[in-house]
Design a protein around this ligand. Sequence first.
Ligand code: SF4
Length: 284
Amino acid sequence: MELQQKIDLIKNNETVAMLAPTFAIDFKYPNIIGMLRRLGFKEVTELTFGARMVNWAYANYIKDHPEQELFIASPCPVVVALVKTQYPDLKKYLMPVVSPMAAMAKVHKKFNPNCKVIFISPCWAKEIIEAPKYKEIDAVITLKDLKQIFEKEKIKEEDFTENYYFDSFIREYTKIYPVSGGLASTSHIQKLFKEGEIFITDGVENIKKVFEEFKAKTKPYKFLDLLNCPGGCIGGPAINRQDLSIDQRKEIIFAYTHRSSEATMGEHEGKVKDAKDIDLSTNF
Ligand code: SF4
């Protein structure tokens, strides 16, 4: 979809923006919420509640499969593609659970079947590989696209100085999901495994090494939390601020997490009961 088609989609429909928390590396919070509303979005939310639901589904799946020897987290489409193409014998270990993007889109379509859901992404893989699998996702706009759109539409960060709030379904503690290890540390799965069985890494060469170690049975891995980009999604290639180091980006995400937590979630908080009946399973 061309950039102009994406702009038209936003302006001519009842659109919901789902922001990956990596947005904070490129845009100021809460200004971004006002900017997206000016662009034409009717609702602006984060993926955080989707991540909460994915955590819930992961824990349930692990408890239901006590005999399974390995679980590979599957929110990164590049990791999924790597397993499918280069390690097909490990495909059976990919967690058959949708990503936070798909989970959150399903939540929005449950409560408003007529809305158009657009994900704001730190990478192109979400748009090209993953989103086409799900009818609930109408479009993906990368952070690089979004910067261009704001420039084209003359929407400037400094013009949005009010204290804007996300519209619905947010959860605070999963904002660190895009940092490598965010999934393992927020999903409460630690108590399901022994020390050393959970392993977190990022970057394709590190991931390949881990797969080889598992196959050679030299490590006690049971749960692998893997993200393709350096440092996790904060290293995504469609982030504008490629000049910042991974440590600087991490600091920004932690500062954003702290800042936005000061806002009371109240009616905006997503609750498990809102989404318990949604099918979060998938296959690869
Ligand atoms: S790790 Fe990179 S490729 Fe994978 S979902 Fe995150 S930003 Fe996209």
